[in-house]
Unconditional design. Structure first.
Lengths: 456, 312
């Protein structure tokens, strides 16, 4: 009787080919990823190099003023992680997604381990989920490393000081910390989109090294597109825009429309590309040794829907924002410059221990022209010239200062003071405590590309 | 009777597009038996092994593995292990880590002792903590076998497991397979190495162009089929040649080794060969060596597959 029972149980166990739980498959994929020297080096680099970089640069006399917030690296430790974010969005994050997500499926083709894995896990779906989850976990660790390390480096080297926003207003250290964290969180969305493209390339192109390069190549193409004088709706419809639009968090009021649009577009790309990779993966015939998933049809199935997503995103953005052209228009530039000037004037007043003044009291206005165009000027370029006017309480005369603006196609501008000397013509100001950097000599600003309020 | 069968396949067919990889295959593999699978390249061996491992599903026919019908892909029952197209290892992991990760993946909570045991079984204890990146083909084969052993299989499916093995490695693998079958595990072994198959298998199945051309005991294959060439060394080669020339059913293949006058090569069926030996003894010629030039399995394999090719 007992023997019969045991036999019956054994038979029952035999008859059930147990599928491996996803959690166990995820752990297996993580073990494989973390065992690679490449991944270990990346983790180490992401958690150490940014701190050294930010601390080192903060001690230099020359700051990376071409990078957003770079000019404030002497002033506050919170500028460091933002400089790092700007750099990461262009180079580091596409590279990381390529090395992690772009290889996670292709590596099994190279090693010839698909059959082994399928026999063990028994479910292509679970393998796909495990690989995606494991890759994203590693990417999250890498991105967290970049953010935490650069923040720690900045705070240790410079300190927990207030941060000057992109419109010149001062963010308390706690607010700066929150915005920095939020900026890095927002950057996860385009990183997810690039990772999904990496999965798609890895599944579609099999052993081909091109699969590994997909996130980098796509990111490069998108970066070029962001620099071209394309209609703003086209640029916002690309996932890479979310690597730029976080700067809207550092204005008051915050420019949330471009940020949210960029994040949503990125997430849509991430979902669509992952879904395409999933469909192609589960349809793959793993019994055919000569077939590694690559092929014209697979590439067509993988690419065409993404072109469709880009087209739909463009149409939706264009229709919902009514924004055409570059989005950089004369009145928006004037408004942004006047706002930033007012905030920075107040800061300079504090530095010089002059009687306090508010932005409302200053009533700052700006009049800009671009090249020879006086009215309805628009578009990026370094030929913007503006005259800023302001009033001081109890003073009849109107103050005026001149700025040359270099406005890039992403809406960022650098305002370069052109006098008078005592206001914005010299990079230092003489304070009761000695010479200090003049915040109004040169500063960054941001034009909200999707802002349509000026059109009434 | 069927309870003893680890594999029972009836009328299995599998096609890839217009290519028929397997056509109407029948196969019985008994528990506790090493069953050889032989066939030329492209015969359908790997496809058949893939079906047994659950990597693919047959287009038609009925397949039972360990008493369980297999009707869907990746639905092979627990207790089946092995590899096709060589073992798959992760080069960034050590041998021990490869085994531990795989055991954890499959839900076998293999302890260090279990892993040490299987590594010892295949003779890889000394390199247990080395990354498999530097492993030779033979070491990879042995580690692949160890990975399969870790799951305590009742059906082991192996594709060319002795590829790249040195004599010591081969001895380890043969020892492991013999022990497994003694414990009741069935082994299906695909190989082009006839010596291995003859040393290990009690039964073989020969496949050519997706069809079974022979399936049964090895001894039956050796005796049933065509004449073989034998190397004959005697005390008097002149007398031996005379006796062989007179013996019915024996052909002296004298142009095989011209320079060696002490050696004859004769071609005969086994009964005619027995008669030749008796005649030599009666003539007072001492027999020093009588061995087939090629193994019976290899000869039969060549004959059967050539017939199959000719009949296409």
């Amino acid at each position: 009787m007992t023997a019969t029972l045991v036999e019956s149980r054994e038979q029952e166990q035999v008859t059930k080919g147990r599928r491996v739980p996803v959690t166990r498959a995820c752990r297996f994929e993580l073990v494989k990823l973390v065992s690679q020297w490449r991944i270990r080096l990346l983790v180490l680099a992401c958690w150490i190099v940014p701190a050294l970089f930010v601390a080192g640069v903060s001690q230099q006399s020359t700051l990376p003023v071409d990078t957003l917030f770079g000019r404030w690296m002497h002033a506050t430790g919170w500028a460091g992680p933002l400089v790092m974010l700007g750099f990461a969005g262009t180079w580091a994050l596409p590279l990381l997604t390529s090395l992690v997500a772009g290889d996670v499926f292709a590596s099994e083709d190279r090693l010839g381990t698909w059959r082994h894995l399928l026999v063990a896990v028994r479910s292509p779906r679970r393998i796909f989920v495990a690989k995606v989850v494991a890759s994203l976990t590693v990417l999250l660790v890498l991105v967290a490393g970049l953010a935490v390390s650069s923040t720690v480096g900045g705070l240790l080297a410079v300190g927990n000081q207030p941060l000057v926003g992109l419109d010149g207003h001062l963010l308390a250290p706690s607010d700066a910390a929150g915005q920095v964290l939020l900026s890095w969180v927002c950057a996860l969305a385009p990183t997810l989109a690039l990772a999904a493209l990496g999965f798609l390339g890895s599944v579609t192109l099999g052993r081909s090294p091109i699969g590994l390069l997909v996130p980098i190549l796509v990111s490069l193409a998108m970066a070029v597109a962001q620099m071209l004088p394309l209609p703003v709706a086209v640029r916002v419809a690309l996932p890479s825009y979310a690597y730029i639009s976080w700067n809207g968090l550092f204005t008051s009021p915050q420019q949330l429309a471009p940020l949210l649009t960029g994040v949503v577009v990125s997430l849509v790309w991430a979902v669509v590309a992952t879904a395409l990779a999933y469909v192609l993966f589960v349809r793959r015939d793993f019994t055919n040794l000569t077939h590694d998933g690559s092929g014209r049809r697979a590439i067509t199935v993988g690419v065409l829907p993404l072109v469709g997503v880009a087209a739909v995103s463009f149409a939706v953005v264009a229709a919902t924002t009514s924004t055409t052209g570059s989005g950089i228009e004369q009145d928006k530039v004037q408004r942004s410059l006047a706002t930033a000037f007012a905030h920075l004037y107040r800061m300079q007043t504090d530095e010089l221990h002059r009687p306090a003044v508010t932005e409302d009291q200053l009533k700052v206005t700006a009049t800009c022209s671009k090249g020879h165009v006086q009215d309805h000027a628009e578009g990026p370029g370094n030929d913007w010239r503006c005259v800023v006017s302001w009033h001081l309480p109890g003073v009849q005369t109107t103050g005026q200062a001149i700025y040359q603006l270099d406005v890039t196609s992403d809406g960022r501008f650098v305002a370069d003071g052109d006098g008078p000397k005592e206001v914005n013509g010299y990079f230092l100001v003489r304070t009761p405590n000695g010479d200090a950097p003049n915040p109004m000599w040169q500063f960054d600003g941001n034009v909200e590309l999707l802002d349509t309020t000026s059109k009434g | 009777m069927d309870k003893l069968l680890a594999i029972r396949a009836r009328g299995i067919t599998k096609s890839f597009g217009d290519v028929v990889a397997l056509g109407d295959i029948d196969l019985d593999v008994t528990q506790g038996q090493i069953h050889g699978l032989v066939g030329p390249n492209g015969a359908g061996k790997t496809t058949l092994l893939g079906l047994l491992l659950g990597l693919a599903v047959a287009d038609s026919g009925r397949l039972e593995v360990l008493g369980t019908p297999v009707g869907r892909a990746l639905d092979a029952p627990d207790g089946v292990a092995g590899f096709v197209d060589g073992p798959a290892l992760y080069p960034s992991l050590t041998a021990r880590q490869n085994l531990a990760a795989l055991a954890a993946l499959r839900g076998h909570d293999a302890g260090t002792a279990d892993i040490d045991d299987v590594l010892a079984d295949v003779g890889l204890t000394a390199v247990a903590d080395d990354r498999t990146r530097g492993f030779s083909l033979g070491m990879r084969q042995r580690l692949g076998l160890a990975a399969a052993l870790l799951t305590k299989p009742r059906l082991l499916v192996l594709d060319e497991p002795s590829n790249g093995l040195d004599p010591a490695g081969k001895k380890h693998v043969h020892g492991v397979l013999s022990r497994l079958t003694a414990d009741g595990t069935a082994v299906v072994l695909s190989s082009h190495n006839m010596d291995d198959l003859e040393a290990l298998c009690s039964e073989v199945t020969i496949i050519a162009t997706g069809r079974v051309v022979f399936s049964g005991p090895l001894s039956k294959l050796a005796t049933d089929n065509r004449e073989l060439d034998y190397r004959l060394v005697t005390s008097d080669s002149q007398a031996a040649r005379r006796v062989a020339d007179d013996a019915p059913g024996v052909l002296v293949v004298d142009d095989v080794v011209r320079q060696d006058t002490e050696l004859l090569v004769v071609r005969a069926l086994v009964p005619a060969l027995d008669d030749l030996v008796v005649r030599l003894v009666q003539e007072g010629v001492a027999l020093r060596e009588l061995t087939p030039l090629v193994s019976p399995l290899e000869a039969a394999f060549l004959a059967l597959t050539e017939q199959q090719e000719a009949g296409r």
